[in-house]
Ligand binder design. Structure first.
Ligand code: SF4
Ligand code: SF4
Length: 201
């Protein structure tokens, strides 16, 4: 029997069902869960509790950004088949970030506004759009309880294979710089996100 971890340890990793079941899913949350669980669950030596959550899309059912580290599946859209696109504008209309404009009757993407949720790809009636890249947006410093705060994005479109080493680096930085019983979010508040990211990456 595996007991749940408590105290200053890496706690049980939580994930939504992802591509196993959910039609909205953009990523395989269960595979990432398994990898993180096997490598990190129950680890001692962190200054305080350390929680991780994984959501398969921006609907955020697993509340990933209320955890010390959160992972949200994302995809990057691309106009793959220019000839198939008839310039109907459906992708422009459906985009929640207003990240697409039409030039010469073809969609053009502004990555800085893109939510990477794949809505544009799903709505195109002619399959002109594809996901050119997929991965995880990574959030750090979230927590719940008496003084809740949301995690802040620190990396985007990270491949599943790169996540465990990234978590290892973040844990090492947390252990090195945090005071006793300081949560990761409190460390980030004290250092500033930019300095924290410089330490990690
Ligand atoms: S977060 Fe997205 S993928 Fe996960 S269960 Fe909710 S809607 Fe489905
Ligand atoms: S929805 Fe498809 S066909 Fe319509 S403008 Fe966008 S890419 Fe072109």
């Amino acid at each position: 029997m595996i007991l749940g971890a408590c105290g200053a340890r890496v706690r049980v990793v939580v994930a939504c069902q992802g591509t196993d079941i959910c039609p909205q899913a953009l990523g395989d949350t269960q595979s990432l869960l398994k990898v993180l669980d096997e490598r990190f669950y129950g680890r001692y030596g962190v200054p305080h509790k350390f929680k991780m959550g994984i959501s398969g899309c921006p609907n955020a059912c697993a509340k990933h950004n209320e955890n010390d580290l959160g992972f949200m599946a994302v995809i990057e859209p691309k106009l793959e088949d220019k000839d198939a696109c008839i310039g109907c504008g459906l992708c422009v209309e459906v985009c929640p970030g207003k990240a697409i404009e039409t030039r010469d009757e073809k969609p053009v993407f502004d990555d800085s506004k893109c939510f990477h949720d794949g809505k544009c790809i799903g709505v195109c009636p002619f399959n002109a759009l594809i996901a050119s890249r997929s991965g995880w947006q990574v959030f750090a410093g979230g927590k719940w309880g008496r003084r809740p705060q949301l995690g802040l994005p620190i990396a985007n479109l990270v491949a599943t294979s790169q996540i465990p080493d990234m978590v290892e680096k973040i844990l090492a930085t947390y252990i090195k710089l945090a005071g006793k019983r300081e949560r990761l979010g409190e460390l980030i508040n004290r250092l500033g996100l930019e300095k924290f990211c410089k330490e990690v990456f």
